[in-house]
Ligand binder design. Structure first.
Ligand SMILES: [Zn+2]
Ligand SMILES: [Zn+2]
Length: 196
C-alpha cells in the first residue's frame, strides 16, 4: 500500500490529488485534515461507501449473464460467512473479527512499532500484535507506543478496507496479501511466546 491511493484520490477530489499513501508521508494528509476539517469526515465516509458498494470486477456483464439479474453477495474474507449486503458484512467483521481492532491505533505502516519486523501490509502488523505475538501485544497494552493521530487513522483504515475489498474482488483472501519479509516461522503456526 505504498502506491498513491487511487480510489481515495478519485473520491476525495483535488484536495488529495497527487499525494502518496499516509504510510509513506503523513504530513500532507495532516495538512489536508487541518485545513478542511468539515469536508474531511464526509470525504472519508464517501470513500468508504464507494469502496463498499463498488461491484466486484469479476462480476459477469449483463450480456454474459443473459440479462438474468445477478444476485450479489458479500462474503466475509476472514471466515466462510456470506451476507446479502455490504453493511451486514462489515458489521459482522466488526463484531466477530474485531475489525476495529484497538491495536490499529499504534500501526501506521507495514512495520511493527514494537519489534520493528516488516509484515508487508498494515493489516498483517495489526494481526501480528493482536493475535500472534504476546510480547508485542504486551508492549502495546502497556501504553508505551505512540498513537496514530485520529485523522491519519481514518485514512489508514480506509486504505486497509480498500485493500481487503479489492483482494476479495480478485478472489483472494487477505491471507494472500504480499508475503512479509519476516521469516515464515515468525508468522503462522509458531508459538507466540519467545519469538523475540
Ligand atoms: Zn467472518
Ligand atoms: Zn512485533
Amino acid at each position: 500500500m505504498v502506491a498513491r491511493p487511487a480510489i481515495f484520490c478519485q473520491v476525495m477530489s483535488d484536495k488529495v490529488e497527487g499525494m502518496v499513501s499516509p504510510s509513506v508521508d503523513l504530513e500532507p494528509w495532516e495538512r489536508v485534515w487541518r485545513e478542511h476539517r468539515v469536508a474531511w469526515k464526509s470525504m472519508v465516509k464517501m470513500f468508504l461507501a464507494h469502496v463498499a458498494s463498488a461491484p466486484p470486477v469479476s462480476r459477469p456483464s449483463r450480456s454474459e449473464a443473459g440479462f438474468q439479474p445477478v444476485p450479489r453477495s458479500w462474503p466475509c474474507d476472514e471466515c466462510t460467512s456470506v451476507f446479502a449486503s455490504s453493511k451486514a458484512m462489515w458489521s459482522h467483521k466488526m463484531a466477530k473479527h474485531g475489525h476495529r481492532n484497538k491495536y490499529r491505533l499504534f500501526v501506521v505502516g507495514v512495520v511493527c512499532p514494537s519489534c520493528q519486523v516488516s509484515f508487508g501490509t498494515r493489516a498483517r502488523v495489526i494481526d501480528h500484535i493482536a493475535h500472534r505475538c504476546k510480547k508485542c501485544k504486551l508492549v502495546a497494552d502497556s501504553g508505551s507506543l505512540p498513537q496514530v493521530p485520529e485523522a491519519i487513522l481514518q485514512v489508514l483504515d480506509a486504505e486497509t478496507q480498500a485493500a481487503r475489498v479489492s483482494a476479495r474482488k480478485r478472489g483472494e483472501s487477505h491471507l494472500l496479501a504480499p508475503r512479509p519479509s519476516a521469516p515464515a516461522s515468525l508468522l503462522v503456526g509458531a508459538p507466540a511466546v519467545g519469538l523475540h
